[in-house]
Design a protein around this ligand. Structure first.
Ligand code: FAD
Ligand code: NDP
Length: 583
């Protein structure tokens, strides 16, 4: 029957190709007229290495060969090079392997000279995605992940004391398993001290508002509504524990060797790994991926490290922070300030210049106004000078002195907690990058890479928050990590697209955007070429409780030639009325 014949033919072709790969030290599938193939063949000649070549344009079923090679390697283009049974890739990959020394190693048949094909430094969003993908593609992979405690001593992935665990109801068993087996804190910033706890605490605040709305929808309840920090913190951290455990299991299932140790390069292909007991081990790999992320920056003023906390401490703070001063005015500051106020705490945000630098300022100010209307105080155009302890405690009392950025005025205030959220520093200074010559931007510690996430040292790659000029977002780190592994080990060519990445700021009134801010669009295209469609909205769920009428706002910034939208038909330039009266 035809399909069987077809299948039999395919199987035969596959085994023919496999035989060629297995029986030749160097096997090149080529086309006689292709300049890239010539380049690769010239390289082997230059290296005095014997190679076998099949010119696909000169044999009868060359097209079928090419289709089968695509199936076997994920690569359709030629040249398609194999050395000692390992798939190297095309011209670029072969040249790159020549540059980074791995070609020589493959040719010597000494691929085992390195312990691993790949060592990933950092087990956060990017590192985990990349290591799992590489392992699924058959590579021997190690992940080294280690959390350096904050100045306040906070770390994550700690074991809970056993008596606490034994008090827990049996229904919580699935959350508790990781603690009993020893938590590792695997998952990086997003899981432990970023997106996950932030979003859950934001949700806690949203529930507070929903409870107020609920009465208007007919719910009757008489208990005094108050929030218990400890219950929330424990529940959130238990969930994080289950995620840490899930990541650990996923790595084990995919045969990735995860070691909870701090990594530092000591030679181009060798790292030293130091675990929490100070035990050192040494590991080698053909390739490395840096995915070490960032940690919160301090102010460098008296009292900051002694008395203040950062987002790395907040989510596992053992007590409610009480009256809080948040210093900074970007994502982390406004999100944390927003949910703390939503829990009913007295919150002030100290702003040095503007809200949400880099974002559309009209939108940023609307998010700020909404926060102000819902109880957050803003102390604008001030920077802190010192923080002193008035009284120790949980929480204690702190005195903050700040100075105006516009005058000689001095501000003094008392708070229970000061949360510093003034940006994050790339963890690139203590990884031994200078020892192996990886270039780092000395101004911000970020790593410049080419469009394939490759550093200036060819066998060292970098992904995630440490990249220069790229988004610091979890899905971006994940996507870059997956695509990099596929390019390195599957012959894929797709690169990570860092343009037009959508993002959301979880201020109490959530703000999502994609593309250019109005300021940036004006700068790039000129005001005369832009049209901005905008409208205020009243979400249906806000109508019955009768709150925030005409406070939601959306706009679309586009070229004048673009089309008109259904509900956004008032342009800014027309000055038309954007109040919403009904549907
Ligand atoms: P990370 O996730 O930071 O992982 C790096 C890991 O490497 C860490 O575990 C670190 O301890 C470890 N490490 C560092 N040096 C070494 C070393 N030498 N040896 C071994 N291990 C090392 N992004 C979103 O998309 N949405 C959000 O809602 C969001 N909310 C956020 C909220 C907050 C409060 C913060 C701080 C960040 C938030 N982010 C959010 C950003 C997101 O968390 C990061 O973009 C993402 O975690 C970056 O991933 P990464 O792999 O680059 O690094
Ligand atoms: P940013 O670097 O974005 O912002 C730093 C803020 O601190 C700015 O408001 C800055 O003010 C202020 N600042 C800096 N230095 C001082 C100082 N000495 N005194 C007073 N204020 C100061 O940092 P974030 O930590 O907020 O965010 C880091 C990254 O994490 C973001 O870029 C984002 O990608 C990611 N993230 C994503 C989230 C999400 O997706 N929802 C949530 C949280 C973080 P100025 O404008 O004057 O410079």
């Amino acid at each position: 029957m035809p399909p069987i014949e077809k299948d039999t033919g395919k199987t035969e072709l596959k085994s023919q190709i496999q035989q060629l790969i297995d029986s030749n030290q160097v096997m090149v599938f080529s086309k006689s007229y292709c300049p890239y193939c010539v380049k690769v063949k010239d390289l082997f000649k230059e290296l005095n290495v014997e190679y076998n070549v099949v010119e696909l344009d000169l044999i009868e079923d060359g097209t079928n060969y090419q289709e089968m090679l695509l199936e076997m390697t994920g690569q359709k283009s030629v040249p398609n090079v194999f050395i000692n049974k390992s798939h190297v890739g095309g011209c670029d990959k072969t040249m790159q392997a020549h540059e980074d020394g791995s070609l020589k190693q493959l040719l010597s048949g000494d691929a085992e000279a390195y312990e691993y094909d790949l060592i990933v430094i950092g087990g956060g969003s990017g590192g985990l995605a990349c290591s799992k993908e590489a392992a699924m593609l058959g590579k021997k992979v190690m992940v080294l992940d280690y959390v350096v405690p904050t100045p306040k001593g906070t770390t994550w992935g700690k074991m809970l004391p056993l008596p606490e665990l034994n008090k827990a109801p049996a229904t919580h068993e699935k959350y508790l398993t990781p603690y009993r087996c020893g938590r590792s804190g695997l998952g990086g910033t997003c899981v432990n001290v970023g997106c996950i706890p932030k979003k859950l605490m934001h949700q806690t605040a949203v529930l507070g508002t929903s409870m107020q709305d609920a009465r208007k929808f007919g719910w009757e309840f008489s208990e005094t509504v108050k929030h218990n920090w400890d219950t929330m913190k424990t529940a959130v951290n238990n969930y994080i524990g289950s995620l840490n455990w899930g990541y650990r299991v996923a790595l084990r299932d995919k045969d990735v060797n995860y070691v909870n140790a701090y990594a530092e390069f000591i030679e181009p292909h060798k790292v030293k790994a130091t675990n929490k007991r100070g035990k050192e081990t040494f590991h080698t790999a053909a390739k490395f991926i840096l995915a070490t992320g960032e940690r919160p920056r301090y102010l460098g003023i008296p009292g900051d490290k002694e008395y203040c906390i950062t987002s790395d401490d907040l989510f596992s703070l053992p007590h409610s922070p009480g009256k809080t001063l948040v210093i900074g005015a970007s994502y982390v500051a406004l999100e944390c300030g927003g949910f703390l106020a939503g829990l009913g705490l007295d919150v002030t945000v100290m702003v040095r210049s503007i809200l949400l630098r880099g974002f559309d300022q009209e939108m940023a100010n609307r998010a700020g106004e909404h926060m102000e209307e819902h109880g957050v105080k803003f102390l604008r155009k001030y920077v802190p000078v010192k923080v002193e302890e008035l009284e120790a405690g949980t929480p204690g009392r702190l005195k903050v002195t700040a100075k105006s950025t516009e005058s000689e005025e001095i501000f003094e205030g008392e708070y229970n907690t000061v949360l510093i959220a003034v940006g994050r520093d790339a963890c690139t200074d203590k990884v031994g990058l200078d020892a192996i010559g990886v270039k780092v931007n000395p101004k911000n510690g970020k790593i410049p890479v080419n469009d394939e996430e490759q550093t200036n040292v060819p066998h060292v790659y970098a992904i995630g928050d440490i990249l220069e000029g790229k988004w610091e977002l979890t899905p971006v780190a994940i996507q870059a990590g997956k695509l990099l592994a596929r390019r390195l080990y599957k012959g894929a060519t797709l690169k990570c697209d860092y343009v037009n990445v959508p993002t959301t700021v979880f201020t109490p009134m959530e703000y999502g955007c994609c593309g250019l801010s109005e300021e940036k669009a004006t700068e790039l295209y000129g005001e005369e070429n832009l049209e901005v469609y905008h409208s205020l909205f009243w979400p249906l769920e806000f109508t019955v409780p009768g709150r925030d009428n005409n406070r939601c706002y959306g706009k679309i910034i586009c070229n004048k030639l673009d089309n008109i939208f259904t509900t956004m038909d008032v342009t800014k330039s027309s000055g038309g009325d954007i109040q919403q009266a009904g549907c």
